[in-house]
Design a protein. Structure first.
Lengths: 172, 268
């Protein structure tokens, strides 16, 4: 468990730094890939709700700190996203091949909507058409492209826990 | 646990939002950003070669499309510049002609009809041009044709809206002329020689020749007097011939002719 926390923190920290340093500079019709979100989805799918929520909170704090944005905004969104994806991974999405792609697609949309609502509530200038019509399609495509390699990497790092089932030999 | 983190996030947002820029959370964030800065710089440095390579190739693709667009734009501007140049040159030409029409050098008793040259001589053997004005403009055969430089020729055929002009340098064109300096009279033929000038008359190189515009009874020259024809370039004579040999260079430049004025008598 401790090892998982260390690996999760490292992966999400690197993802957050790469996100704020490199990927945020990509701009295709205002859309850019969100490596933090994709990595969080992969980690949450593999490690469940609590891990997902905590990872989301930590990653959000790093992003908000590095970008000097309102502290807690990204944390709130990623915490909810990590929890929800963790829940999905523990239940319906367990061992489904398409689970990472479906999760990324849905979370990308909900994350954009959530960010829009949150910024609107905080009084930040936010254009719904820019976020949802122009940026979202390209962001979704970028994120889906990232999903396969990121999920494969996270799957290597976070091996599935032992199922707990053992072979039982009936005697007599 | 997740609910706690959500509440913590909301609390962070609220406190951060309400406190001043020098508040505790802001300072913590600032300190955190300082800690993260080396990682960002390191990531930036590591990725710079890749970004530069991407930027180079992206720049090439962009440069190609930019080049195509600029070429199209350059073609458009070149066409426009050519059109402007032509319009400017035509404007200058027309201004010169207008100035000539309004000047004292323009023959009295005549009005002018301006016309563009529609067709140039098709070969060296045809020294006639087609102009874009005809009988509908009042033009008749034998009307003199001039520019501000001097005599160009004579109308030899007229249609409704076009006319054929025999140039001064045409073999068939003869114009009675006078040397404005010595008053020597003669006939300019084919725009190159000043013939029938007696040996007793004086003609010098550089003298200017103009139409003489003679009139005898009912007969008169088709050219009004005083239209510049050309400048004497060579003068000679021998004991055998009755007349002097005088060469001249017409004032009108027939190679760059683009428009002309047809002189029409006002009393016609």
């Amino acid at each position: 468990m401790i090892a998982d926390i260390g690996k999760g923190a490292a992966v999400l920290f690197v993802a957050a730094i790469v996100q704020v340093t490199l990927l945020s500079q990509i701009d295709v019709f205002h859309g850019a890939p969100d490596l933090v979100l994709v990595t969080l989805v992969a980690v949450a799918l593999l490690r469940g709700t609590i891990f997902g929520a905590a990872a989301g909170f930590g990653a959000g704090l790093v992003v908000d700190t590095a970008t000097l944005q309102t502290l807690g905004v990204t944390s709130l969104l990623l915490t909810i996203a990590g929890y929800w994806i963790g829940r999905y991974g523990e239940t319906t999405g367990r061992d489904r091949t398409h689970a990472p792609f479906v999760s990324v697609a849905v979370v990308t949309l909900l994350y954009s909507l959530g960010a829009l609502v949150l910024h609107y509530m905080l009084g930040d200038p936010a254009s719904a058409s820019r976020v949802l019509l122009h940026a979202f399609p390209f962001e979704l495509i970028f994120n889906l492209i990232l999903t396969l390699p990121v999920y494969a990497l996270c799957r290597r790092l976070f091996r599935p826990p032992p199922s707990g089932l053992e072979e039982v030999q009936l005697l007599g | 646990m997740a609910g706690l983190l959500v509440l913590l996030s909301i609390a962070l947002i609220t406190i951060y939002f309400r406190e001043s820029s020098g508040g505790g959370l802001h300072q913590v964030q600032s300190a955190g950003a300082t800690v993260l800065r080396p990682f960002e710089v390191a990531t930036d440095r590591v990725s710079r070669p890749f970004r530069d390579a991407y930027g180079y190739f992206a720049g090439l693709v962009h440069a190609k499309s930019e080049n195509k667009r600029l070429r199209a734009e350059a073609d458009k501007w070149r066409q426009l510049a050519t059109q402007n140049l032509y319009a400017s040159s035509a404007n200058a030409d027309l201004r010169r002609k207008l100035h000539f029409v309004n000047s004292r050098a323009f023959p009295s008793g005549y009005r002018s009809v301006g016309a563009d040259i529609l067709a140039q001589p098709s070969s060296a053997f045809e020294l006639q041009v087609t102009i874009g004005a005809g009988s509908n403009s009042g033009i008749q055969e034998n009307d003199p044709v001039v520019t501000d430089e001097g005599l160009v020729g004579t109308v030899v055929r007229v249609a409704n809206n076009q006319s054929l002009v025999a140039l001064l340098i045409d073999d068939a064109t003869s114009v009675s002329a006078i040397d404005v300096h010595t008053r020597a009279r003669g006939i300019v033929k084919a725009g190159g020689s000043f013939d029938h000038v007696g040996k007793d008359q004086r003609v010098n190189e550089g003298d200017q020749l103009v139409t003489s515009g003679w009139k005898e009874g009912d007969l008169s020259s088709i050219y009004p007097p005083g239209i510049p024809i050309g400048q004497v370039t060579a003068v000679g004579q021998n004991e055998v011939d009755l007349y002097k040999h005088v060469q001249l260079q017409p004032f009108a430049n027939f190679k760059t002719l683009s428009s002309v004025l047809v002189l029409i008598p006002k009393n016609r």
